[in-house]
Design a protein around this ligand. Structure first.
Ligand code: NAD
Ligand code: UDP
Length: 322
């Protein structure tokens, strides 16, 4: 059912993995969607299904520069999310998070739009509290290789709350935990896509460290639903709200699941653990349940099966029996 009244919605980073799914959901809900992206990690192919749609348009733009559009809502997703990509040009990563947030908040202030920030579990750093609740302030290295992303996102949260306190802006902050699914880029570098692509190609599975570190993986459709629900809450709900699937797995466990589900002959090969790689990560989603009536519905095996089928088609490996 379309959500009424129809709104004009800006999605920055709309050509990326999460952004493209969000654009599709918003168009399906009956809204007009403006996708803004500089194609740093996103692609035009990601929004191919929407090209030519009368309620969808794409603008090539870098959000570190001001943008003038008239919109009712802004989802600010622009920022590379994979460690490989955000560490490639760390200064640009911080600029995207900080200058980008300032520009989008300034836009929201001018046009009186509601604005949602795609923040991250990385604001908790290598957490000393487990699972992570929103009132935990985190354990973040300010000068390490992940800092451009972690501190950039933390500063963006600060800016959102200062615009809320100072200018009464209508803000929403979502702390997104590891999310995966179809349309991740095969060279994205994040663990789920890496392991699936390696398994389908029969290449070694690159396990960093001993694989005892944990993550909690959320399927993309669940995450997008959480973002839309958060945007639709009343003005009193600002967040931050954790959005993620609390089912925690070790990275070695994930490698074994991928091998089992693909039927691959790939072997696991260990590589050095990258600096500051968080040891554990699991969202406490009590706040999302209470404020949004939201909880993830797609389990890891089901989500992995859909993602494997996607990569199998994309790579033409033909390994998956359907
Ligand atoms: P992604 O890399 O696929 O998408 C990011 C998009 O932003 C890309 O299309 C990229 O081209 C665009 N972009 C980057 N810099 C830009 C700039 N300066 N101006 C305009 N566009 C720019 O990553 P994703 O997984 O889709 O992540 C989307 C958002 O969600 C990011 O802000 C990320 O930090 C956040 N997030 C994602 C996850 C996850 O697991 N997927 C977890 C936590 C937070
Ligand atoms: N990882 C891995 N092999 C890979 C890529 C990642 O073992 O080829 C590990 C990485 O060290 C981390 C976890 O998988 O412990 C998740 O990494 P990712 O880059 O997906 O996201 P992060 O949560 O670290 O930002």
């Amino acid at each position: 059912m379309p959500r009424f009244p129809r709104k004009r919605v800006l999605v920055t980073g709309g050509a990326g993995f999460l952004g493209s799914h969000l654009c599709e959901r918003l168009v399906a809900d009956g809204h007009e969607v403006i996708c803004v992206d500089n194609f740093y990690t996103g692609t035009r192919e990601n929004t191919l299904a929407l090209h030519g749609h009368p309620r969808f348009e794409v603008i090539r733009h870098d959000i570190t520069f001001p943008l003038y559009v008239e919109v009712d809502e802004i989802y600010n997703l622009a920022c590379p999310a994979s460690p490989v990509h955000y560490q490639f040009d760390p200064v640009q990563t911080t600029k995207t998070s900080v200058h980008g947030a300032i520009n989008m908040l300034g836009l929201a202030k001018r046009v009186k739009a509601r604005i949602l920030q795609a923040s991250t579990s990385e604001v908790y750093g290598d957490p000393a509290v487990h699972p992570q609740r929103e009132d935990y302030w985190g354990n973040v290295n300010p000068i390490g290789p992940r800092s451009c992303y972690d501190e950039g996102k933390r500063c963006a949260e600060t800016l959102f709350f200062d615009y809320w306190r100072q200018h009464r802006l209508r803000i929403k902050v979502a702390r997104i935990f590891n999310t995966y699914g179809p349309r991740m880029h095969p060279d994205d570098g994040r663990v789920v896509s890496n392991f699936i692509v390696q398994a389908l190609r029969g290449e070694p599975i690159t396990l960093f460290g001993d694989g005892s570190q944990t993550r909690s993986f959320c399927f993309v459709s669940d995450l997008v639903d959480g973002l839309v629900r958060l945007m639709d809450t009343g003005d009193e709900v600002t967040g931050p709200v954790n959005l993620g699937n609390p089912a925690e797995v070790t990275i070695r466990g994930l490698a074994e699941r991928v091998i089992a589900l693909t039927g691959s002959a790939s072997r696991i090969e260990t590589r050095p653990l990258p600096a500051d790689d968080p040891h554990r990560r699991q969202p406490d989603i009590a706040a999302a349940k209470a404020a949004l009536g939201w909880a993830p519905a797609v389990g890891l095996d089901e989500g992995l099966a859909q993602t494997i089928a996607y990569f199998d088609r994309l790579l033409g490996t033909g390994s998956v029996r359907t």
